[in-house]
Write a protein that binds this ligand. Structure first.
Ligand code: ATP
Ligand code: MG
Length: 272
């Protein structure tokens, strides 16, 4: 008992009252991009792109076809190298992070890409278990039948979040486009990511399923404090589910504004 009291007395005080200063938590910066530039050969895609996203923010990345949205997300994740500039992701410099360290960093991020990239001949269950491969490289996570029980159960839990737990045994090549998309989302969620990056997550979904997916991302963002970055061609989704909107046009980040300050008309120009 005495020990506990002493520990308590010696513990540092987070709210210093003697100075009268107020304790204000500083939001954690999850993504810090400075002056990023990407060219493919001689062809520039974008340059001078800078922005910061803090933990729990939901950000829509918008722009016309071919403006470089997917390329920007791939650079952020270290999937392709940026030509110049710097990206710090979860406190790590992406360009300086290699091999197992980069794999460990990526395992903290859920990625839903524009192409679903499921393994067609494997079951839905195995495809979702693959979402844990970044943390557990090795054959046990190649198939749900070899995977440890906790991983198999986590896959079913992730599938139930997207309403497809009853499809676990089905082969991935026997799914509709929308179902594949939801399986890809479950695969991104299984590792309980700190950041969720989604490239047009609703592209192949019917309006109701698209709404469900966005509601799910919104819930993860609000209730679990996950930072969400999504690309969308829907002005309505960008305004409803983003706290902030980033817009690419003319090879630059032309817009960086809070959703509350924008109207649909402000965004329409970015799609021309
Ligand atoms: N690997 C590559 N090699 C060469 N050029 C590429 C490569 N990947 C993309 N590009 C080009 O870079 C530009 C940006 O492509 P990106 O896929 O990032 O656009 P996007 O904004 O995501 O478009 P969309 O809305 O159609 O998905 C395009 O002109 C594209 O042709
Ligand atoms: Mg794209």
């Amino acid at each position: 008992m005495t020990d506990l009291l002493e520990l308590e007395r010696d513990a540092p005080k987070l709210h210093p009252t003697r100075t009268g200063a107020t304790f204000v938590p500083v939001p954690r910066v999850d993504i810090d991009v400075k002056d990023l530039c990407k060219t493919f050969g001689q062809t520039p895609v974008f340059s001078g792109v800078s922005f910061r996203l803090v933990r729990g923010e939901s950000v829509a990345l918008v722009g016309a076809n071919g403006t470089g949205k997917s390329t920007l997300l791939r650079c952020l994740m270290g999937l392709i190298p940026a030509t110049s500039g710097k990206t710090v992701l979860l406190d790590q410099d992406v360009a300086a992070t290699k091999g197992p360290a980069l794999r460990a960093l990526r395992a903290r991020i859920g990625l839903v890409s524009q192409k679903h990239n499921l393994v067609p001949r494997l079951s839905v269950h195995s495809n979702v278990v693959h979402g844990l491969l970044g943390r557990n490289p090795g054959v046990r996570h190649w198939s749900h039948s070899f995977a440890p029980r906790a991983s198999r159960e986590a896959a079913i839990e992730a599938l139930s979040k997207v309403g497809l737990d009853h499809f676990a045994a089905r082969r991935a090549d026997r799914l509709s486009g929308g179902q594949s998309q939801r399986v890809a989302i479950a695969r991104a969620l299984i590792g309980k990511p700190e950041i969720l990056i989604a490239d047009e997550p609703c592209a192949s979904l019917d309006p109701a399923a698209g709404e469900d997916v966005m509601e799910l991302f919104f819930k993860l963002d609000r209730q679990e404090g996950v930072t969400v970055v999504f690309i969308s061609h829907s002005i309505e989704h960008a305004l409803r589910y983003g706290d902030r909107i980033l817009g690419l046009a003319d090879r630059q980040m032309k817009l960086d504004a809070t959703t509350a300050s924008l109207t649909p008309g402000d965004l329409r120009g970015l799609y021309d």
